[in-house]
Every structure is written in structure tokens, then in C-alpha cells.
Design a protein around this ligand. Structure first.
Ligand code: IPE
Ligand code: IPE
Ligand code: MG
Length: 242
């Protein structure tokens, strides 16, 4: 007898992370400007957040803007943050209705004051929600997160609060941007690229990886359930012999 789960049954992971890629390609294929792809990408964010919250995902981390994305043309950066700002305001009723609590992962330094203010307001508004954690990775880099974590640990050692031998897995985790977000069980990347692009380097050590060929604006409930169905077929051994 095979212990494989029924192919048609999606299994909902506890923690999901998504590299939302392919907005530009989606727009190019439709003969539109790249920014139109980002606009449509917002609709896919709304669908994915709502579906995950309703399916019972505990934590969803979305890669919205990477440290490397600062190298894009200023016009595209400005438009991306304009869309993000609008999203952070417009989605408040939906987040509240679904009991979603917003978190931010990333460096705050380069974010414009208006973005920080709106981000912080939405975080404060949803702080009492007890449903899904929605962690937006904005101005985020996996290496930068580790650099920041190591600096904060080193400062504590220098201040005599921590001994070097106390730096273990748990101490490093506690120094990450959002330690309460469980490590992703499933990492989804859209638009077919098979790379990590500096996302959650510490946290994805045992994530199952699912690459969808669909560009992010076309990613919806059906594609999410397809990923969850495949996740249900994975045998997670964590290095052990089963
Ligand atoms: C993802 O889409 C959105 C961000 C990285 C902000 P892209 O803009 O990377 O789209 P492609 O990869 O050029 O198609
Ligand atoms: C990763 O996508 C970053 C986000 C989705 C925010 P990119 O399009 O920036 O990554 P590369 O350039 O393909 O590695
Ligand atoms: Mg891309």
C-alpha cells in the first residue's frame, strides 16, 4: 500500500512564502508598459492573501521589493511604491475582515516617510488580529537580514549581555526581522525562474519549492491549490530515514 495522499487533495502548509515574479513579462506579452503588470499584480496579491487566510495558512510572506530592486529605474520604483501605498490603505477592510495581521520584513532606512507611515498605520491597525500573519518583504534582502542580525548579536556580546557560545540557532532566529513567522514549509516562485533571488536565506533551509510558469498577475486560486496539491505529495524527511 502506498502512503501517498490522494492527488486531488490539497494540503495547506502552515507557512507559505512567495516570490511574486513576472509582472514585467506579463505586461510585455500583453503589449503593455511594465507598470501595468505591477498594477495587475496587486489583484493577485489580494486574491492570494484572501485565499490563504481562508484556507487556514498561518503565515504568508510575500516578496514585494528586494534590496536589489533599488537598482531599477527610478520611475518604476516610484510607481511600485505608489501602488504599495495604495494597497496598504485600500486593503485595510479586507485585512480586518479576514483577521489578518500585517508585519514588515526588511530595512526601513530607504523607505520614504509616507510609505513608512502608512505601513506602520496598517501594522498598528491589524496588530490585534489573531488570524493569518501577512509578512510583506519590502526593501528586503536575505543577506542584509543576516548582516543586521549578526550586528545586533555582536552589539549584545560587546555590551556583555550575551556570551559568544550562547549564539545558537534560537539566538540567530530571534535576531531576524520577524522571528514569530514560522519557517516557510512551501516556497512558491512564479514566472518560471529557478532561483532564490536573496529571499529568506536562513528561513528556507527545509522549505519545499514550487515553481509555477504562470506570471504573477495570472496567479490565482487555481494555481495556489495546484501548489498545495503538489505540496501534499512531498515526502519531507528533514535528513532522516523514514
Ligand atoms: C515582480 O515582477 C515584481 C517585482 C520584482 C517588484 P518583475 O518586475 O520582476 O517582472 P519580470 O521578472 O521583469 O517579468
Ligand atoms: C525577486 O524578483 C524580487 C521580488 C519578487 C520582489 P526579481 O525579478 O527582482 O529577481 P531576479 O532579478 O529575477 O533575480
Ligand atoms: Mg522579475
Amino acid at each position: 500500500m502506498s502512503s501517498r495522499r490522494d492527488d486531488s487533495e490539497p494540503v495547506v502548509p502552515r507557512s507559505v512564502a512567495v516570490i511574486m515574479d513576472g509582472n514585467g513579462r506579463w505586461a510585455k506579452r500583453a503589449g503593455l508598459e511594465r507598470i501595468r503588470g505591477h498594477e495587475r499584480g496587486i489583484d493577485a496579491v489580494r486574491t492570494t492573501v484572501t485565499e490563504c487566510a481562508q484556507l487556514g495558512v498561518e503565515a504568508l510572506t510575500l516578496y514585494a521589493f528586494s534590496e536589489e530592486n533599488w537598482q531599477r529605474p527610478q520611475r518604476e520604483i516610484d510607481l511600485l511604491f505608489k501602488l504599495l501605498l495604495r494597497f496598504l490603505v485600500d486593503e485595510r477592510p479586507t485585512l480586518m475582515r479576514n483577521g489578518v495581521r500585517l508585519l514588515h520584513a526588511g530595512r526601513r532606512e530607504r523607505l520614504a516617510p509616507a510609505v513608512l507611515r502608512t505601513l506602520d498605520e496598517t501594522i498598528a491597525l491589524t496588530a490585534g488580529n489573531t488570524g493569518m500573519l501577512l509578512c510583506l518583504a519590502i526593501s528586503y534582502g536575505g543577506r542584509q537580514e543576516l548582516v543586521d542580525a549578526m550586528q545586533s548579536l555582536a552589539r549584545r556580546v560587546a555590551a556583555g549581555e550575551l556570551r559568544p557560545e550562547q549564539i545558537d540557532d534560537a539566538a540567530i532566529r530571534a535576531a531576524l526581522y520577524q522571528p514569530q513567522v514560522p519557517d516557510p514549509d512551501l516556497l512558491i516562485r512564479t514566472a518560471g525562474e529557478r532561483r532564490i533571488s536573496n529571499f529568506l536565506l536562513w528561513q528556507i533551509s527545509y522549505a519545499e519549492i514550487w515553481v509555477s510558469d504562470v506570471c504573477w498577475p495570472d496567479f490565482g486560486r487555481e494555481q495556489l491549490l495546484e501548489a498545495f496539491r503538489d505540496y501534499g505529495r512531498r515526502v519531507r524527511k528533514f535528513g532522516k530515514v523514514l
